[in-house]
Design a protein around this ligand. Structure first.
Ligand code: NAD
Length: 272
């Protein structure tokens, strides 16, 4: 039996992951802003540090897995600063805060939740992604809100930027000694349109709803939370120990439809 902490465990992909893990006999410590073993607001530094303390207390200081699943979508009336604080800092600060507990396992896994919006949002602002990577939350929040106010589509950008920064953080950190050298495998999944409360909330919005409906999904339907959970559970499991720093698109073909030849791409030729 493994002990695995999951944020966003009250709903959608997090809840489906918790259910599958529990059905396999594992112990899940759920964290959410509502209806969870630990309630905390992960969009704030205080909420994150309280959540880390409580996970450490409940787990006895040793964890076999962690899935930072809590997230908010972009909406025209939602501050982009809130989206980047929760989706990016609410993931990476929690992962970092739990590193020592994960290292004690000897064979631990972290699965971050990116998104296929990273590769399907025209004009994604790389300057925000790069600022997020510096770890300066206040500056990134200010830039996200500035971009949000700059033009009629600016409000969208905090979401894919937070998810791209998260995917990059996971890939960058995954190969470092403090992670893989301590037996902690870091990977990410990048879901497409998946039927959860988050998608429903977007669909109900007159502007966001149009974007969601127009989004092509070659398989002909949106995903189910259980399908994303199955991939997450595989990545948490014993047969995934050779998988390090990978980002798995699970989106019914949307990314392939938009960008079939962008990945894999060759390494640039080094200068002579
Ligand atoms: P969901 O709304 O069903 O679940 C999100 C959970 O996060 C909820 O339980 C919610 O209470 C919690 N949460 C919200 N704000 C919080 C806060 N401040 N502190 C702590 N918890 C908070 O949505 P979901 O679709 O299951 O989303 C899970 C993850 O998957 C998110 O990171 C989301 O960005 C990502 N994702 C979803 C889709 C999709 O189409 N559903 C696609 C790509 C990525």
């Amino acid at each position: 039996m493994k002990t695995i902490a999951i944020t966003g465990a009250a709903s959608g992909i997090g809840a489906a992951t918790a259910k599958q893990l529990e059905s396999e006999g594992h112990r899940v410590i759920g964290v959410d802003i509502q209806k969870a073993d630990i309630t905390a607001d992960l969009s704030t530094p205080d909420g994150r540090s309280q959540a880390v303390d409580q996970i450490l207390e409940k787990s006895g200081g040793q964890l076999d897995g962690f899935v930072p699943c809590a997230g908010l979508s972009a909406l025209p009336d939602r501050p982009p600063s809130l989206v980047v604080s929760l989706n990016y800092f609410g993931s990476i600060e929690m992962i970092a805060g739990l590193r020592e507990a994960l290292a004690k396992s000897g064979e631990a896994s972290v699965v971050g939740i990116s998104s296929n919006s990273t590769t399907s949002t025209p004009g994604l602002p790389l300057e925000l992604v790069e600022l997020l990577a510096t770890g300066d939350e206040e500056a990134a929040r200010a830039l996200a809100d500035k971009i949000g106010a700059a033009d009629e589509n600016g409000w969208v950008m905090g979401y894919p930027s937070s998810k791209m920064a998260l995917a990059r953080w996971i890939r960058t950190q995954s190969v470092r000694d403090e992670w893989i050298g301590q037996g902690i495998n870091l990977n990410a999944v990048a879901p497409g349109k998946t039927e959860t409360a988050l998608l429903e909330e977007g669909r109900a919005h007159p502007i966001m709803g149009q974007h969601i409906d127009a989004f092509p999904v070659p398989v002909g339907r949106s995903g189910r939370a259980e399908e994303i959970a199955s991939l997450i559970c595989f990545l948490l499991g014993p047969n995934a120990r050779f998988i390090v720093g990978s980002v798995f698109f699970i989106d019914g073909g949307t990314d392939a439809e938009f960008r079939a030849n962008d990945f894999p791409s060759p390494m640039p030729t080094p200068p002579i």
